[in-house]
Design a protein around this ligand. Structure first.
Ligand code: GDP
Ligand code: MG
Length: 370
């Protein structure tokens, strides 16, 4: 950690180094002209001279995390939960997602969801729920590996005629490791011979004690195909979400994560973003992973062009100079100049990182062949 030195600070605030050293000495710290100061010491000196000090991070070295302004609690409002559905192959994840999308979106809307953007939002008794439509461990694991923990609740789907399978275990492990609330949906209960009670016993042994047995994991019996139990499942989601007290600040500039990125023949780079905090508006200068641009078009999960979108909303955007990757983070900037600067810097870093990892890898290969 390299802080500002006594010498540098004294020049900045127009005091002699001797004065700065004296102030710190009176406050109980011995420093020399070349000592580097921590933030607290800088603050103390600024206070002593009645100055307001603000740490300026060179924009090119910006880590998005460092910019994550702490929201004033009074700006925070409840936001919808973001849900991922996981489970073993063929246990009914896609059928469940499709059923929810079709049955819920029609309500009072025309058109329904016409396109897949990798995520969608539904309304349950006036409360919104956001579903990530890219189930599977790869997506989830990739996101988690890149620090993009965007899921608030995981629904684990287990087929009643199959029970706990390897990917069920994996999914449970991931969800437990991510420390997110879990809901178990026992699917295919319409099948003859389905024994939800037996499945419940199996799943509970993975460390998911059912509520009805005194644990804290809700279990819901469903048939994704027949549409049985889906309302109860969705209501359970809203209850679990309420307990989690999820909040966000719609007043700030948006940041969030990339769900999908692709190149569209006509529209150029297209990215589906999940806004995790703030409000994203068309025209916003933005950095997305190692790409940048200005939000040209903002499209919702129904394929409608919109002007802005708030927290926990999935949107598709165009206007980027390149295609970002799933799990990349995005952040809005004040000016296009800043966005370009940061974006180019990040692209450069990415190239260097890739080059380094390739050479490291070939070195390993070399050794493994010896
Ligand atoms: P995924 O691999 O987890 O996405 O599973 P799918 O949604 O593709 O479902 C796999 C198969 O199970 C498909 O043939 C579905 O029609 C069937 N399926 C899904 N849900 C149910 C259900 O509730 N009942 C029955 N009987 N079949 C189901
Ligand atoms: Mg599927």
């Amino acid at each position: 950690e390299e802080g500002i030195t006594v010498d540098e600070l004294s020049q900045k605030i127009g005091q002699t180094p001797a004065n700065v050293i004296k102030v710190l000495f009176m406050l109980g710290t011995m420093v020399t002209i070349n000592s580097s100061l921590n933030d607290e010491q800088v603050e103390l000196i600024c206070m002593e001279y009645g100055l307001e000090c603000k740490k300026v991070v060179p924009v090119s070295e910006v880590n998005f995390e460092d910019l994550e302004v702490v929201d004033d609690p009074k700006d925070l409002v409840p936001r919808p939960p973001v849900i991922t559905i996981m489970g073993h192959v063929d246990h009914g994840k896609t059928t469940l997602l499709d059923h929810i999308r079709k049955s819920r979106v029609a309500e009072g809307e025309f058109g329904g969801i016409t396109q897949h953007i990798g995520a969608y939002q539904v309304s349950v008794k006036g409360k919104k729920i956001t579903f990530l439509d890219t189930p599977g461990h790869e997506a989830f694991t990739a996101m988690r590996a890149r620090g993009a923990m965007i899921t608030d609740i995981v629904i684990i789907v287990v087929a009643a005629d199959d029970g706990v399978m390897p990917q069920t275990r994996e999914a449970v492990d991931h969800a437990l490791a991510a420390n997110v609330p879990i809901i178990v949906a026992i699917n295919k209960i319409d099948k003859p011979g389905a024994d939800p009670q037996r499945i419940m016993t199996e799943v509970s042994e993975l460390g998911l004690m059912p509520e009805e047995w005194g644990g804290d994991v809700p279990y819901v019996n469903i048939s994704a195909k027949k549409g049985i139990g889906i309302d109860e499942l969705l209501e359970t989601v809203t209850v679990v979400a309420e307990l989690a007290e999820l909040k966000a600040n719609p007043k700030r500039m948006a940041y969030g994560s990339v769900i999908e990125g692709r190149l569209d023949k006509g529209r150029g780079p297209v990215a589906t973003l999940l806004i995790q905090n703030g409000t994203l508006r068309s025209g916003n200068p933005i950095v997305v992973g190692a790409t940048y641009g200005r939000v040209r078009q903002l499209v919702d999960d129904r394929g409608r062009e919109i002007k802005s979108a708030g927290p926990a909303t999935p949107v598709e955007i165009t206007g980027l100079n390149d295609v970002p990757e799933a799990g990349d983070k995005f952040m809005v900037f004040e000016t296009e100049r800043e966005a370009r600067h940061v974006g180019e810097e990040r692209a450069q870093k990415k190239i260097e990182e890739e080059r380094n990892s390739t050479s490291a890898m070939s070195l390993d290969d070399l050794f493994s062949q010896m």
